[in-house]
Design a protein. Structure first.
Length: 111
């Protein structure tokens, strides 16, 4: 569990999404931490975008390479999860990837 570690925005962790209901993403899979560090430092939850190998041509599915593997960031499955669901840290996103993440979040919530 990652609950006692310093968790930062744009870190990628393994997370357990089960139990899931209906169309929620499930299984243990990598996810991108998207909540701001000020929230990550004080709350027991983090906001995450799960990664999947299911590639769908949707505006809110961002294809990216993480740790040498192609993944689809499923912004349509954005959620807040307990830090207790987090496992091993996988990677930290590169600056260009971070910009793409922020652009996509802005497109979802501002436009």
């Amino acid at each position: 569990m990652a609950s006692n570690k310093e968790i930062k925005r744009f870190d990628v962790y393994w997370a357990t999404f089960d139990p899931a209901i209906s169309s929620e993403i499930q299984k243990t899979r990598p996810c991108i931490i998207v909540s701001p560090d000020i929230m990550n430092n004080v709350l027991n939850t983090v906001m995450v975008v799960p990664l999947t190998k299911t590639f769908i041509d949707w505006p809110f599915r961002l294809i990216m390479s993480i740790d040498g593997k192609q993944s689809s960031a499923a912004f349509d499955q954005l959620r807040s999860v307990s830090k207790e669901r987090l496992g091993k840290k996988v990677a930290v996103l590169e600056e260009k990837q971070q910009e793409h993440i922020l652009d996509t979040l802005q497109a979802i919530f501002v436009r």
